[in-house]
Design a protein around this ligand. Structure first.
Ligand code: SAH
Length: 375
C-alpha cells in the first residue's frame, strides 16, 4: 500500500465521520495518530483526509468538543459514539507552538480552507524565550516544552537539582544529567542561572498558550497555574474555528460550556470573529472572574453567565434559542480530571465524577439541536 493510503487508513480512514460504529467497537482503544497533526495543519504535508458528514450532523449549530487525547481505553470511542459517530481529530499543539498539548477534538466544522492565527507562534523554546540561552547547558537537548500542567515543581525539587549539579563535574556525570533531564522534562523546568532551574512563570504559559499577556493576572499563583493547565491552546483551536469567519461575517452566537478562562472566546476574538452573544457556563469563581474581566475589556456583545451545566435545563435552552435565534457554535471541553494520565488516584474514566460532565455537554447540545430544528 502506498504511504499516503496507509496513513489515511490509519488516522483518516475512520475520520470521515459517516461510518456507524459496529457493536462493541467502543471497547477498542482508539489508536492515536503519529504524527498527531489532526486532519491537517499549516505547513504539514498531509495525508489527504476528506470527510463528508451526514446532513443531520452538519451545522448549524456547529459544535466543538475537546478533551485529553490520552484517555483511558474506550473513552474516546464512547464520546465519539455519543457525538454522532464523528471521529476525533487528535492534535498535539507542539506542531503549532513551542509546547506539547495532546488533545482530541470532535466537531462538525468543515476541515477545508482553514487558516492559522497570525502572527504564527514560535515553535521552539529559544524562539519563544531567547534569554534562556544564557544558562542552558549543552547537554539539555530540549527544543520544545512538554504539556503545561495544572501544578508546578516544588522549590524543594529545584533546590535538590541545584545541589546535585553543584556537587558534580562540569559537564556532570551521565547519571546526574539523566536525573536532571528527567525532572526538567517532567516539570517543564527552564535554566535561569548557573545550576539553577525553575518552573515557567504564569505569563510565559499565557504566551505559549496564545493568551494575551496578564490574562490570568490577579488570581493567586496556584489558581493561575490550574486555570492555564486546563485551558485550550488558542492557536490550535483557532485554526479549527477559522472556517467560521467567512460563514458568519456578522458574528456568532456562542454557547460556551465549561468556559474556563475563555480559550475558545479568545480564539474567536483573535480570528476577528465578532461574538454577538455568549452564554457561558462555568462553575469556577476564579475562572469566571478572569473571563468576565477579559470580556469587559475586549467585547461589545452580550454575555450571560451560568454557574453549572446541571442547571442549564432544556427549558432554559429553548428560551435562549428563541431569544438569540439559535446558537451558531456550541463549544467546550469537559473536565479531564478522571481521564488525564497524571491523575493516579481516581483515573476512573468517563464515569468519574468530573469527567461524567461530558454527558451534560451531549445533553445540552442535543437540546440545542432539537430546539433549533423547531425554529
Ligand atoms: N476550555 C476551558 C477549560 C476547560 S477545563 C478554557 O479554555 O479555559 C473544564 C472547566 O469546567 C473548568 O474551568 C471547571 O471549572 C469547569 N467545570 C467543572 N464542573 C463544572 C460544572 N458542573 N458546570 C460548569 N463548569 C464546570
Amino acid at each position: 500500500m502506498e504511504e499516503s493510503k496507509k496513513k489515511r487508513n490509519r488516522y483518516g480512514g475512520r475520520a470521515q465521520g459517516n461510518q456507524p460504529s459496529l457493536d462493541g467497537s467502543h471497547d477498542e482503544p482508539m489508536p492515536l495518530p503519529n504524527p498527531m497533526v489532526g486532519f491537517n495543519l499549516p505547513g504539514y504535508l498531509q495525508p489527504s483526509v476528506t470527510r463528508i458528514l451526514p446532513k443531520q450532523d452538519t451545522g448549524p449549530p456547529f459544535f466543538y468538543y475537546e478533551n485529553v487525547a490520552q484517555a483511558p481505553k474506550g473513552v474516546w470511542a464512547t464520546i465519539s459514539r455519543f457525538l454522532y459517530d464523528i471521529q476525533p481529530e487528535f492534535v498535539d499543539s507542539k506542531h503549532l507552538c513551542a509546547t506539547a498539548r495532546k488533545r482530541g477534538y470532535i466537531h462538525n466544522l468543515p476541515i477545508e480552507n482553514r487558516s492559522p492565527l497570525l502572527p504564527v507562534p514560535p515553535k521552539t523554546i529559544f524562539e519563544a524565550f531567547p534569554h534562556y540561552k544564557k544558562w542552558w547547558p549543552s547537554w539539555d537537548l530540549r527544543t520544545q516544552l512538554n504539556c503545561l500542567r495544572t501544578n508546578i515543581a516544588s522549590a524543594k525539587l529545584t533546590e535538590r537539582i541545584g545541589r546535585a549539579l553543584a556537587s558534580s563535574d562540569s559537564p556532570p556525570a551521565r547519571s546526574v544529567q539523566k536525573y536532571v533531564m528527567n525532572e526538567c522534562r517532567k516539570g517543564n523546568l527552564v535554566w535561569i542561572g548557573k545550576n539553577k532551574v525553575a518552573p515557567l512563570e504564569p505569563e510565559e504559559m499565557e504566551y505559549l498558550l496564545g493568551f494575551p499577556k496578564d490574562h490570568t493576572r490577579g488570581l493567586g499563583i496556584t489558581e493561575r497555574y490550574k486555570s492555564l493547565g486546563n485551558t485550550f491552546q488558542v492557536d490550535t483551536v483557532a485554526y479549527h474555528l477559522s472556517v467560521l469567519k467567512v460563514m458568519f461575517p456578522n458574528g456568532v452566537n456562542v454557547l460556551s460550556l465549561f468556559t474556563g478562562i475563555g480559550g475558545g472566546e479568545v480564539a474567536l476574538h483573535r480570528l476577528g470573529i465578532h461574538m454577538k452573544a455568549v452564554v457561558s457556563v462555568e462553575i469556577g469563581k476564579a475562572n469566571k472572574r478572569i473571563f468576565r474581566g477579559w470580556w469587559d475589556q475586549t467585547q461589545t456583545g452580550t454575555l450571560i453567565e451560568i454557574d453549572d451545566v446541571k442547571s442549564l435545563t432544556d427549558d432554559r435552552i429553548v428560551s435562549f434559542v428563541s431569544r438569540f435565534g439559535g446558537f451558531d457554535l456550541v463549544i467546550g471541553g469537559s473536565p479531564c480530571n478522571n481521564l488525564a494520565g497524571c491523575n493516579r488516584y481516581n483515573r476512573d474514566g468517563l464515569e468519574g465524577e468530573q469527567s461524567a460532565l461530558f454527558y451534560h455537554y451531549f445533553r445540552i447540545l442535543n437540546a440545542v439541536k432539537s430546539a433549533m430544528a423547531r425554529m
